[in-house]
Write a protein that binds this ligand. Structure first.
Ligand code: GLN
Length: 475
C-alpha cells in the first residue's frame, strides 16, 4: 500500500529526491482501491486515464513545467461533472449519464496537474448524513466496517481515509464535507458561500451548496481552496475579489483569540459523552494557552435543523424537477404517454429519501402552506444569520463538535429519518449563515473511532480560519 503522506509537500519532496514517481504513486493507490473494494468508496475508477496521465505529469515534473498540484491524486464526489465521464449523483435516474462539459473546479484542478482517480460514492443527490442513501449501496468506514463514513460525501472521505487517493473533493450543503471528514479523522473545509464555483456541480439546494476539500492536512485544504476558489462567469453568486494565496500565507497563528462554544454541546443529553470530553479537553487546552473561551447560549439552536430542512427541501424540489424522463437521465420503459413518463421515470428513478424530500419541499412551497413554512423559514434563516454574524463580531471563532456522535452503525437510522436529520445540528448553522467552517480531527474515542471538532468564523476569513486550524491541530 502507498505510504500515508500527510501533505502534498511531503509527496513533492519524495518525488524530487527520487523516492517515488507519480506513476508509482497512482499504481499504489489503484492497488489500495482494488484491495478495499468492499468499502464501496468509488462509483467508478478512472484507472487507465489516471495511469496515462501520471506518466505525463512525471515528464512535466522532470521538465520543470508541472503545475502546483503535480503529485496530487484526488477523488471527486460523483455529483461533480467531468467532461466525457459519467456523473450519477449516486442515483438510478442519472446512472448512465455522461457529462458533456467539465465543472469549473475540475478544469481548475486539472490545469494545475492534479490527477482525478475516480468518482466517489455519495448519498443520492447529496441528501443524507451517512452515505446509506446511495443507489450503489452504502459506503463503509475504514476504521470500522460496521460503521457509516458520514455523508453525504462519504465515499470521498473514505477514499482519503483508506489512502486510495491523497485528497478528495466533496460538496457541503448542510455538513456533507465536514461531517464525513470528522467520522474519518480528516480535515474538511466548507468555505464561505460564494467562494467556489458551482458550475457543473449537480444542484441540491442552491443557496447552501458549496464545494470543499477533504484532506489530511490544513496545508492541502489551503492549496485546494486557493486553486478552486474565485470568480467564474458561469456562477453569478461568486465573490469577485481576488483569491488570497491561502497556502503561501498559511502560518501557525499563536495570537490570543476570543472563542465561543455553544453551551448546549456540553449540556445536551443528545451529545455523546466522549464527544463532550474531547470538546472539554480542547477548551481546557485553549484556556491554558491564554485564549479567552466562553460558553454562549445560541437561542436558535432548536430551530436550525427545521429551518435547514424546510429550505433545503424546498430548493431541492425545484432543482430536481428537471429529472423527468424527458430532458435526460432515466426514462421508464413502461411509460406510455407524457404523464406516465414523468410519473414512472421519477418513481422508478429516485430513491426513498430523495422522494421524501421532493414531497416535503413541494409541500412547504405549496400555495396553502408557503407562508406558514417556506416564508417563515426564510425569516428564521435571517435571524440565525444575523445572530451568527453578531457572535462572530464579538468572537474570532465558534467552536462546536462537528457531529453529536462519532460514526454510528450502518442501519441505525433506517426507521426514523428525523434521527438522521438531527445529526446535522452543529453543521447547518454555518450553512444557513453562509459562513466558513472547518472540521478538524480531535483524536479518537475508546473504540478507536475518529472524533472531530468544528470551527466557524466570519465570511471570507478563511485565511484566519486555516492559520488557527494549523495551531489547533498542534494543541
Ligand atoms: N445531512 C444534510 C442533508 O441531508 C447535509 C447534506 C449535504 O451537506 N449535502 O441535507
Amino acid at each position: 500500500m502507498a505510504k500515508f503522506y500527510s501533505s502534498l509537500d511531503e509527496i513533492k519532496r519524495e518525488i524530487q529526491s527520487g523516492g517515488i514517481t507519480v506513476e508509482g504513486l497512482v499504481s499504489s493507490y489503484l492497488t489500495q482501491i482494488r484491495s478495499n473494494a468492499h468499502l464501496n468508496a468509488f462509483n467508478e475508477v478512472f484507472e487507465a486515464e489516471a495511469l496515462s496521465r501520471s506518466k505525463i505529469i512525471d515528464e512535466r515534473i522532470k521538465a520543470g513545467t508541472a503545475g502546483r498540484l503535480a503529485g496530487m491524486v484526488i477523488g471527486i464526489k460523483d455529483n461533480i461533472c467531468y467532461k466525457g465521464h459519467k456523473v450519477s449523483a449516486s442515483s438510478k435516474i442519472l446512472k448512465d449519464f455522461t457529462s458533456i462539459y467539465s465543472s469549473t473546479i475540475v478544469e481548475r484542478l486539472l490545469a494545475e496537474d492534479a490527477i482525478i482517480i475516480g468518482r466517489c460514492n455519495c448519498d443520492e443527490f447529496a441528501m443524507g448524513a451517512s452515505n446509506e442513501n446511495s443507489y450503489f449501496g452504502p459506503v463503509k468506514n475504514y476504521a470500522d466496517n460496521t460503521k457509516v463514513p458520514g455523508g453525504s460525501s462519504g465515499g470521498s472521505a473514505v477514499a482519503v481515509q483508506a489512502n486510495m487517493c491523497h485528497a478528495a473533493i466533496g460538496t457541503d450543503t448542510g455538513g456533507s464535507v465536514r461531517q464525513p471528514a470528522s467520522f474519518c479523522g480528516l480535515v474538511g473545509l466548507k468555505p464561505t458561500y460564494g467562494s467556489i464555483s458551482r458550475h457543473g456541480v449537480i444542484a441540491y439546494a442552491s443557496s447552501f451548496d458549496q464545494v470543499g476539500p477533504i484532506t489530511r492536512s490544513v496545508e492541502d485544504a489551503a492549496l485546494l481552496l486557493e486553486i478552486m476558489a474565485g470568480a467564474d462567469d458561469y456562477d453569478s453568486t461568486l465573490a469577485q475579489a481576488p483569491v488570497p494565496s491561502y497556502s503561501k500565507k498559511l502560518s501557525t497563528d499563536t495570537s490570543k483569540k476570543k472563542i465561543a462554544y455553544i453551551q448546549e454541546a456540553l449540556s445536551s443529553p443528545g451529545v455523546d459523552t466522549e464527544v463532550k470530553t474531547a470538546l472539554v479537553q480542547y477548551i481546557d487546552k485553549l484556556i491554558d494557552e491564554g485564549h479567552t473561551v466562553k460558553p454562549i447560549a445560541f437561542e436558535f439552536l432548536d430551530y436550525i435543523v427545521p429551518t435547514y430542512y424546510i429550505l433545503a427541501t424546498a430548493e431541492a424540489s425545484s432543482n430536481l424537477a428537471r429529472y423527468d424522463g424527458v430532458h435526460y437521465g432515466y426514462r421508464s420503459p413502461g411509460a406510455t404517454d407524457l404523464q406516465s413518463t414523468y410519473k414512472r421515470s421519477r418513481s422508478e428513478g429516485f430513491g426513498k429519501e430523495v422522494k421524501r424530500r421532493i414531497m416535503l419541499g413541494t409541500f412547504v412551497l405549496s400555495a396553502g402552506y408557503y407562508d406558514a413554512y417556506y416564508a417563515k423559514a426564510q425569516k428564521v434563516r435571517r435571524l440565525i444569520k444575523e445572530k451568527t454574524d453578531s457572535l462572530l463580531e464579538e468572537f474570532d471563532f465558534i467552536l462546536t463538535p462537528t457531529a453529536p456522535e462519532p460514526a454510528f452503525a450502518i442501519g441505525k437510522t433506517e426507521k426514523d429519518p428525523v434521527v438522521m436529520y438531527l445529526y446535522d445540528i452543529f453543521t447547518v448553522q454555518a450553512s444557513l449563515a453562509g459562513v466558513p467552517a472547518i472540521s478538524l480531527p480531535a483524536g479518537t474515542n475508546k473504540a478507536g473511532l475518529p472524533l472531530g471538532l468544528q470551527l466557524l468564523t466570519k465570511r471570507f476569513a478563511e485565511q484566519e480560519l486555516l492559520n488557527f486550524s494549523k495551531y489547533f491541530l498542534k494543541l
